[in-house]
Ligand binder design. Sequence first.
Ligand code: MGD
Ligand code: MGD
Ligand code: SF4
Ligand code: MO
Length: 738
Amino acid sequence: MTTERTVFRTCPLCEATCGLEIRVEGDEVTRIRGDKDDVLSGGFICPKGSTLGKLHVDPDRLRMPLVRKDGEHVEVSWEEAFEAVQAGFDSVVDAHGRGAVAAYLGNPNVHNMAGSLFVRPMLSALETRNLYTASTVDQRPREVSAAMMFGGAIPVPDLDRTDWLLMLGANPLESNGSLCTAGDFPGRLRAIRERGGKIVVVDPRRTRTAKQADEHLFVRPGSDALLLVAMAQVLFDEDLVAPGRVGDFTNGLAEVGERIAPFTPERVAGHTGIAADEIRRLARELATAEHAVVYGRMGVHTVEFGTLASWATDLLTLLTGNLDREGGGMFSRPAHGPLVSADAEPIPGRVFQTGRWRSRVRDLPEISSELPVAALAEEIDTPGEGRLRFLLTVAGNPVLSTPNGERLDKACEALDFMVSVDPYLNETTRHADVILPPPSILERSHYDLAFYAISVRNVANYSAPVFETSAPSEAEIHSRLSGIFGGKGTGVSADDVANQIVRASLRRVTGGDDARAAELEKELEHRPPTERILDVLLRTGAYGDAFGGQPDGLSLERLEAAPHGIDLGPLEPALPGSLRTPTGKIEAAPQVILDDLARLEQKLDVEPAKGLVLVGRRMLRSNNSWMHNIDVLVRGREQCTLQVHPDDARELGLGEGDLARIASRVGEVEAPVELCDDILRGVVSLPHGFGHDRPGTRLRVAAANAGVNSNRLTDELPLDPLSGNAVLNGIPVRVAAI
Ligand SMILES: Nc1nc2c(c(=O)[nH]1)N[C@H]1C(S)=C(S)[C@@H](COP(=O)(O)OP(=O)(O)OC[C@H]3O[C@@H](n4cnc5c(=O)[nH]c(N)nc54)[C@H](O)[C@@H]3O)O[C@H]1N2
Ligand SMILES: Nc1nc2c(c(=O)[nH]1)N[C@H]1C(S)=C(S)[C@@H](COP(=O)(O)OP(=O)(O)OC[C@H]3O[C@@H](n4cnc5c(=O)[nH]c(N)nc54)[C@H](O)[C@@H]3O)O[C@H]1N2
Ligand code: SF4
Ligand SMILES: [Mo]
């Protein structure tokens, strides 16, 4: 007789962190639906969440390590795989030193406790400055502006209490939200309108989100910074600046007012495609709404002025008295983070410094201890001293996800040695000499270390593994690699690494009381390595039991007893207590931003270019580049189409379904045309994450639904200089019928 059970767990696929109810019979998942009692998502689920069972049994998902022998990837034992890594790594370092070693970290690292807790020690062991991540094809501009303005914390729109939301370059009805963790984002948007609030969407496409909003404004790709700065100009010009409470601890407001004076609605209108009186109206509505907030995402960050746009979104929220106030832009307080409250004294932080080292080829500055991933290929394929020869990728597919991926694809062939920690043999890992697959999602525990820090409600939820496995956990894989990179051999375990982390934390917590620290360590000993660290974080965190000091407080044990999660309440004011700027104040006018406004101002005098530009898009059934191997997510109508406005199509001689050739400075692709009234004229769109047509992969379903990769067209040269972020939207392209 097979045992039947129902388990609850958090979906780790995207930032929404939905609760799932999973029906298991024996070792088989028979049904997944939304957990209606989940404290954040309340039963919401998207098509991806219900496929975790299929992902688990996907025959292409790797269960054993692969090592490349004579050009073929063959299964080997874990011991042989780690030994191969050791040999490959040592030979590169012996010949070329650690300067030839690089790592790339991809997106799923932030959806996974191993990525959050065990990757750092591994990177330290690598002793390299050549760190690249998916952050510089994503949200780095937002992190940089928040670092300069607030000392790090990122404001999230308080969706549940706002009544006026301006949303730019985000499409949460497909993406389920980003830098704004909100299980059931669509429901939360609906609720804004149901309580009489208003949603305005700014996007070059009339997206599903735009169709559910009160208003949609078409914007020319890349021009949001101009739009937002002009709105701020209106606030100053019409005497609508009223920051309220936070004004008492904000520097630089007068300077901003002066500096942005040239950006009048009339001057930016032609560039943005939004009329001057519309811009004025938006600014006035924002200023007069009871609770209002401005929220921007991918479309405004992955452009040439991404950091400026991110700064301007928070500036608008601040100028109108909506920062750190209910219904405005607020700060989350995760259970695993420290207790910070509004009335605490801010702790002055360090100056946000960049350029402590620079890239070899393009001389690009380090930002947040990373180099721009758009520069990775050139660091491998440009000959000379310091050229990269060893690459470690962890949970990343940069061949498909970084600009001019084709160049990186070729560059990877020139590496001396490559190691990937990844469950698939895909477009990137096919270049690896060794692939180390982590267990499936259902074989690991989960707690959202990254996303509870940017959540619209404070919640905490822990999920135990659904299935046991004897394969090494991802924490174990990272720890073994730490040992190899750190010269300690292949025998370092996750236990070793966790104990070190736990010991250091306990020493801090107990104020150096070694006996007490040892006692607490003993108390945690029965837990697996990851859980040991998590428990310390929770118990010493904002709501923690302080190891007995706060008997009603949180601990992992309490989370284990709450399968639907624990609700810790709505967001609360956190400023000035959470500020970590060197002054302990909000910096409304960081010098770097003021300087960059000069670059933006130059745009005003340049006629916008005429030709077509390419933007990206996401669809509900995809997850970046790596879930196209799940049949139900790719079945049906072709998803990877070029959306073209019918009037543009007519001029180009293109009809529905025709194959178009799309070319940019860096490459060209062919894709079927989808006529689309919902896209601004002069703009075309290809989805992100497709292009599974390369040989040597093991993705049978994806290969049969390959599509084309938009990063064969995006250009690695233009960057947002403040963040090193790539430009993925507004790419000049030529489109022609074939
Ligand atoms: N043109 C264009 N480019 C883009 C974007 C865009 O909109 N347009 N979006 C950008 C954004 S926002 C992002 S986040 C990046 C994503 O860029 P990447 O992170 O490089 O790519 P992903 O497609 O997320 O690939 C994730 C990889 O991790 C593996 N993986 C999945 N789960 C796990 C796990 O638990 N452990 C390990 N070790 N591996 C795992 C998958 O098999 C896959 O190889 O792409 C960016 N690139
Ligand atoms: N289904 C699905 N969900 C996902 C992912 C996925 O691949 N698939 N990926 C996850 C990841 S890693 C991330 S980072 C998030 C991203 O989540 P979102 O930020 O919501 O990203 P997108 O859905 O790509 O929406 C970006 C929007 O920006 C618009 N846009 C393009 N250029 C411009 C511009 O210049 N200005 C303005 N105003 N808009 C512009 C595009 O038309 C598009 O509608 O989604 C996450 N969720
Ligand atoms: S919205 Fe995101 S977290 Fe929720 S079920 Fe879908 S993929 Fe999972
Ligand atoms: Mo992302």
